[in-house]
Design a protein around this ligand. Structure first.
Ligand SMILES: NC(=O)c1ccc[n+]([C@@H]2O[C@H](COP(=O)([O-])OP(=O)(O)OC[C@H]3O[C@@H](n4cnc5c(N)ncnc54)[C@H](OP(=O)(O)O)[C@@H]3O)[C@@H](O)[C@H]2O)c1
Length: 245
């Protein structure tokens, strides 16, 4: 299996990469990150890991990476794309509490990173999905992107962009099988996980179960290993349960 992980510098992306390398040490792994120096040393130096600098806001130009194109070309068996990129807050963006906090720039950035980047990446990689035994396309989404589960409100940019990501997954799950069968295109909720993204909320998270990234990677790896064509179009929680869209 050839695996592509977008957001390999993140807590969940890097833990997933480590899990794949442990379970499938001889299979190539392509990692995308905006700052390659933020990728952990072990991953950076692993001979099976091919890193590409990439920004979710821009399309990936694979013609600039002929070695990676060759890897994808030779991926005869299975191919998996995991989008573990995500933005909840940074120096410019903070989750909104009320309507007065809604901000155009924050909304646009969240949509770009959490949804648009995923759609463009699938578009770029789709030609290599053809003729595989199984293609897996998994977007790491979030339960707070569920429209019907939303009881609390707030977090406008993050919730809306994750809901849009979920629709992107659902749409792709309808279209992709027409050309690239067999395929499983799914949205995954990783569960609350210790990371830069969740760190500012550690006080409120105290009431929740917070998973370490390794544990989350174990959960998600298990789901991804088990998915088949029959799971195409599901929104799956870390414990394997279906979530409402
Ligand atoms: N942690 C949780 O509790 C939790 C819960 C539900 C869902 N999720 C989802 O899980 C995914 C992974 O989150 P995480 O907890 O592992 O957070 P994280 O450690 O902050 O990782 C986020 C990743 O996204 C990358 N990223 C952000 N903006 C980018 C951009 N413009 N271009 C390219 N890459 C960009 C980051 O790159 P840099 O390293 O360069 O910043 C990092 O690799 C996200 O989609 C998040 O929404 C997390």
């Amino acid at each position: 299996m050839t695996v592509v992980i977008a957001g390999i510098s993140g807590a969940i992306g890097s833990a997933l990469a480590e899990r794949f390398l442990t379970e499938r040490p001889d299979e190539p792994l392509i990692g995308l990150a905006r700052h390659l120096d933020k990728v952990g040393e072990r991953l950076r130096e692993h001979p099976g890991v091919h890193l590409i600098a990439w920004q979710a806001e821009l399309p990936l130009d694979l013609t600039q990476h002929p070695d990676v194109e060759a890897l994808l070309e030779s991926a005869h068996g299975q191919i998996s794309l995991i989008y573990a990129t995500g933005l909840l807050h940074d120096g410019d963006i903070a989750p909104e509490k009320r309507v007065e906090d809604i901000n155009q720039a924050s909304l646009l950035r969240a949509f770009q990173v959490n949804c648009v980047g995923f759609g463009l990446l699938v578009q770029t990689l789709a030609p290599w999905f053809r003729g595989k035994q199984l293609t897996r396309v998994a977007a790491v989404s979030a339960k707070v992107g569920s429209i019907s589960d939303n009881q609390l409100g707030g977090w406008y940019a993050y919730r809306c962009s994750k809901a849009a990501l979920n629709m992107m997954v659902k749409n792709l799950s309808v279209e992709l099988p027409r050309k690239y069968s067999p395929i499983a295109c799914v949205a995954l909720h990783p569960g609350t996980t210790r990371s830069v993204l969740s760190e500012p909320f550690s006080q409120s998270l105290a009431k929740l179960t917070v998973h370490e990234p390794d544990a989350t990677a174990t959960h998600l790896y298990g789901i991804l290993s088990d998915v088949s064509e029959a799971d195409n179009g599901r929104f799956i929680s870390w414990d394997g349960q279906d979530l409402p869209w």
